[in-house]
Design a protein around this ligand. Structure first.
Ligand SMILES: C[C@H](O)[C@H](O)[C@@H](O)C(=O)CO
Ligand code: MN
Length: 419
């Protein structure tokens, strides 16, 4: 008997329809973040600021649009399904010298063409860091009105660009605002900066866009490097702002206290909001942005998205950046793991489990959950990869090694020759 037939039989005995689970997974577009490919540098700056950092010096970093696109294509060829690409404003492709407040849709036309060629949706993020006007980590909350106005214009420009993506691709684009604003040491005034951030957001959001094309999200955080004592855009700030202004909250799994888990927040957010956005990351002791693994918390997130029937209400994006390993492999590992987590969550008899809980059959609930853990998940995942014409098991890594030898290593050589 083929492995997949054995798996279908075993899952069937647990009350799970494997084919239905695979159909569900096929429809999910995960947003792959472009910034894993170049250590978040973008094309308009040479230094990463904003309280985030990459560590490592693995050879072959993409340093121009052609290289980044080539690496993204390589990664996509090893990831099952059709997805989205998440861009930052710092990745505009233009020969003009254009500052961030003056960015226009045309500066992203090459990305739209790329998305069309590769069957991708696009998401967008204004870039409020790695810029001289963000040098002291105060952008939309800066006491200096001229700096605030610059960033407000950037926020407005980014919404227009996101709406252009949505219209061109017929896939709603998410425009996510994250600002690094905060204070290294105990501030004397917290309500002032938060009021300025609130008013700046109000200005950014004055124009209405068709929700078919673009939706806004706002991303809070506990702290960043250099702004350890106060983050202006905290979780509570954005949760309240979003509720009052009909905006979407974006929960980054690395942006909470170490014992808090985002998987436990999803159901609450879904009860009070039509949509939710995620940045799936892996915090190791802090917001370290490690590559996501198929670990317990990722499985919990996958389970929650499925059992809340929320796969069409949650914008799933990834957010990690590791410069210590092959960057293309990092994308493939993370994207495949996110998909595995959704599949894992789909291979569970949720209605029956819910009934056990409601009937206080906690013993049977525990027994069933434990048995599910040893069901042949791997055979179903391999089958999905085969259906989607991407390598199964570890075979995808052979392709990465070849790409490293043929493409990435040559980039490094070019740099050495130039030295
Ligand atoms: C580059 C991203 O936009 C950034 O990581 C942001 O989303 C974040 O999570 C900052 O900690
Ligand atoms: Mn994030």
């Amino acid at each position: 008997m083929a492995k997949i037939d054995e798996a279908k039989e075993m899952y069937g005995k647990m009350g799970v329809d494997v084919d239905a689970a695979l159909e569900k997974l096929k429809k999910v577009r995960v947003s792959m973040h472009c910034w894993q490919g170049d250590d978040v540098l973008g094309f308009d700056s040479t230094e990463l600021t904003g309280g985030i950092s990459t560590t490592g010096n693995y050879p072959g970093r993409a340093s121009n649009p052609a290289e980044l696109m080539s690496d993204i294509k390589e990664a996509l060829s090893l990831i099952p399904g059709d997805h989205k690409l998440n861009l930052h404003a710092s990745y505009a492709i233009t020969k003009e010298k254009v500052d961030r407040d003056k960015l226009e849709p045309r500066h992203f036309k090459d990305w739209v063409d790329f998305a069309k060629e590769n069957n991708l949706g696009l998401d967008f993020n204004p870039t409020f860091f790695s810029h001289p006007k963000a040098a002291d980590n105060l952008t939309l909350s800066n006491p200096d009105k001229s700096i605030r106005d610059f960033w407000i214009e950037h926020g407005k420009a980014s919404r227009k660009i996101a709406a252009y993506f949505g219209k061109e691709l017929s896939i709603t684009a998410l425009n996510n605002i994250w600002v690094p604003d905060g204070y290294k040491d105990v501030p004397a005034d917290k309500i002032g900066p938060r009021r300025r951030l609130k008013e700046a957001l109000d200005e950014i959001f004055t124009e209405n866009y068709d929700e078919k094309y673009m939706l806004d999200s706002i991303e809070g955080k506990v702290f960043g490097i250099g702004v350890e004592s106060c983050t202006v855009g905290s979780h509570e700030f954005y949760m309240n702002y979003a509720a009052k202004n009909n905006k979407m909250c974006l929960l980054d799994t690395g942006h909470y206290h170490p014992t808090e888990v985002v998987s436990d927040k999803i159901s609450t957010m879904l009860l009070f909001n039509e949509y939710l956005a995620l940045h799936v990351s892996r915090p190791v002791r802090w917001d370290s942005d490690h590559v996501i693994l198929f670990d317990d918390e990722l499985k919990e997130i996958g389970k929650e998205l499925v059992r809340c029937d929320a796969l069409n209400r949650v914008f799933i994006g990834l957010d990690f950046f590791d410069a210590s390993i092959n960057r293309v492999a990092a994308w493939v590992i993370g994207m495949r793991n996110m998909e595995k987590a959704i599949l894992y969550g789909s291979l569970m008899p949720h209605a029956a489990l819910r009934k056990m809980q409601d009937n206080a059959d906690f013993t049977e609930l525990m027994v069933t959950l434990e048995e599910l853990k040893t069901c042949p998940f791997g055979s179903v995942w391999d089958y999905y990869c085969e259906m989607q014409n991407v390598p199964q098991g570890k075979a995808w890594f052979d392709e990465i090694k070849k790409y490293e030898q043929d493409v990435l290593a040559k980039r490094q050589k070019k740099v050495l020759l130039a030295v």
